[in-house]
Design a protein around this ligand. Structure first.
Ligand SMILES: Cc1cc2nc3c(=O)[nH]c(=O)nc-3n(C[C@H](O)[C@H](O)[C@H](O)COP(=O)(O)OP(=O)(O)OC[C@H]3O[C@@H](n4cnc5c(N)ncnc54)[C@H](O)[C@@H]3O)c2cc1C
Length: 177
């Protein structure tokens, strides 16, 4: 977390889950939502005197589900080319989206949330078509650059594919719980 690598595995799911960082120094403790924690590659809001003491993750429950998808060139010990996490909480009717968060990794200087995907999903009845629309919105929110591991266009397409898969995973697990 404190390395703040834009492609790190743990940062993206924790961002989607709505986690909060607990920072402690000799002056006291403060809590920072993860959406405000990362400033850029290798940079966070943590000051030199602070340690990351822990992370608070909201409890799940009935109608809540999440999913994680990672594209890499190998199965293990691999920095993601693109990684996407999705969180969905359904209303009591089991089909209307109460809250949704889609987090994207390796497509911006920090792990980011997709406001477009959240807006597309919130308050709507979940369906495969809605998920396709949210995945396109996530791809539009991505800010990838060309580098030696892949082009920006390729990464944007992968955001679309992986967001769809992560949301389908989240939907399935929300229905199971
Ligand atoms: C072979 C290999 C494979 C890898 N594969 C992956 C992978 O598949 N996915 C992936 O995401 N990453 C991967 N990595 C990167 C790895 O996850 C990072 O090295 C990891 O983030 C470092 O965590 P650490 O706690 O072990 O490191 P540390 O070196 O202990 O810490 C990293 C930085 O954070 C600071 N720090 C540590 N703890 C705290 C704290 N409590 N409060 C404040 N600052 C703190 C340290 O001072 C240091 O600057 C891989 C690394 C290697 C070497």
């Amino acid at each position: 977390m404190c390395n703040a690598r834009p492609a790190a595995d743990m940062c993206v799911p924790l961002l989607a889950l709505g986690a909060t960082a607990v920072l402690q120094s000799s002056q006291g403790t403060r809590e920072v939502p993860l959406s405000e924690f990362f400033l850029g590659p290798g940079r966070t809001v943590r000051t030199p005197g602070e340690l990351l003491r822990g992370l608070k993750v909201p409890a799940g429950g009935p109608g809540v589900g999440s999913g994680y998808q990672k594209l890499g060139l190998r199965q293990a010990l691999e920095i993601a080319l693109v990684n996407v996490a999705a969180y969905v909480a359904l209303e009591d009717d089991g089909k209307t989206v109460k809250t949704a968060r889609v987090a994207l990794g390796a497509v911006a200087p920090t792990p980011i949330l997709s406001p477009g995907a959240a807006a597309a999903l919130t308050g709507q009845v979940i369906s495969e078509e809605l998920i396709r629309q949210a995945a396109q919105a996530a791809a539009a929110d991505a800010r990838p650059i060309d580098d030696h591991r892949g082009s920006a266009d390729f990464r944007r397409q992968e955001v679309n594919v992986l967001t769809r898969r992560a949301l389908e995973q989240a939907w399935q697990s929300a229905r199971r719980d």
